[in-house]
Design a binder for this molecule. Structure first.
Ligand code: SF4
Length: 349
């Protein structure tokens, strides 16, 4: 990574301080901030800034801009999956999706992941490094640039565990929400965690109006332990207690992500047990038939089974949906583009 400060990684007060420090008027910071969030990456395009200040900025700062390494576009529904590369050779996946309610982008928060969920391609080679807030913002801005569309929703659900990089993800959310920056409403921001309880507690305090999703994927510790090593540190009982506390504190509905893996967690008994554990909670279950990843050897549940699972939940009063399969005509499983590219750059140990 470059030593010079990245303008995309600065909140407005930091930029104002920097302007004061170099003898410029404070209002310049707002002008630069606006340019940064309009996607400008060339200082010379900041036309209301003097040539002298532009030269100073060029010399002393950078604007992170990931390089588009690969793109896959779905003919069926407009989904676009990008592989963006940073200057140190790390690459991350970002996905642009079109919904009835607007355009959504799913960003990565780390290059790799150390949580080791068994069904996930993103964690196979472990964690390379955390992304900075500026790098995560640059995924959103690059997705706008590549798609030519305005982004209305942001989901932190790509590669990485957001609460394992809490400080940078929190700063990213503040940049995204800043009225003078990207200006996205908190209600249109969702963060998904595999269940790091201290992160859930902090998130409830720091961002009570944003949305929280939990990768649950199992109805009990026995099954969850075989799928998600994190369950050893944060088992189901305290995790679900933290989730209840979150909904009580924020009055926000929590989403549980549940990937259906054939023969593992997709039986009717599993559905009944899940319903018992979530009973009375302000929540919604998002069922995701697994996309097969050759490295994991796991198989997804068929549609009929997924519907039967959903019906059991609904009959017990737990709202559930089966996630609409976006990008089914492209290489859809999360983390696969990056895994292939990363193994070219860092051969697996
Ligand atoms: S599912 Fe999420 S937390 Fe688990 S290994 Fe993959 S990226 Fe990490």
């Amino acid at each position: 990574m470059c030593e010079k400060p990245d303008l995309r990684n600065m909140e407005l007060p930091e930029l104002q301080q920097m302007m004061e420090h170099i003898g410029e008027k404070k209002f310049r910071a707002e002008q630069i901030y606006k340019w940064i969030f309009s996607g400008v990456t060339d200082f010379d395009d900041m036309t209301n800034i003097s040539a002298e200040l532009r030269a100073k900025l060029k010399e002393n700062t950078v604007i992170t801009q990931p390089e588009l390494l690969r793109v896959q576009k779905s003919e069926a529904d407009g989904t676009q999956k990008y592989l963006f590369g940073f200057s140190d050779g790390n690459a991350v996946e970002t996905v642009f999706m079109k919904y009835k309610y607007g355009n959504s982008v799913c960003v990565s928060s780390q290059a790799g992941c150390r949580m080791g969920c068994r069904f996930c391609a993103s964690g196979i080679d472990g964690l390379r490094r955390n992304l900075t807030a500026g790098e995560i913002i640059s995924e959103v801005l690059a997705a706008e640039r590549e798609s030519g569309e305005k982004i209305n929703h942001v989901v932190v659900m790509g590669t990485g565990e957001p609460f394992d990089n809490y400080g940078n993800v929190a700063k990213f959310i503040r940049l995204l929400n800043s009225p003078k920056g990207f200006g996205l409403s908190m209600r249109n921001i969702t963060v998904s965690t595999c269940g790091l309880i201290p992160g859930i507690e902090k998130f409830a305090r720091d961002f009570p109006q944003a949305n929280l999703a939990i990768s649950l994927h199992a109805p009990n510790d026995e099954i969850r332990n075989t799928m998600m090593p994190v369950n050893g540190s944060y088992p189901m009982k305290p995790l679900l207690e933290a989730c209840r506390a979150y909904t009580e504190k924020t009055s926000r509905r929590i989403t549980f992500e549940y990937t259906l893996v054939s023969g593992k967690n997709d039986t009717k008994e599993a559905a009944r047990e899940l319903a018992r554990r979530l009973s009375g909670m302000l929540c919604h279950v998002n069922l995701i038939p697994l996309n097969a990843v050759k490295e994991t050897g796991l198989k997804g549940t068929d549609r009929k089974n997924a519907e039967a699972f959903m019906k059991v939940l609904e009959s017990k009063g737990i709202p559930a949906t089966i996630r609409r399969e976006l990008g089914s005509d492209i290489d859809a499983a999360c983390g696969q583009l990056r895994l292939a590219e990363s193994r070219k750059i860092h051969p697996a140990k």
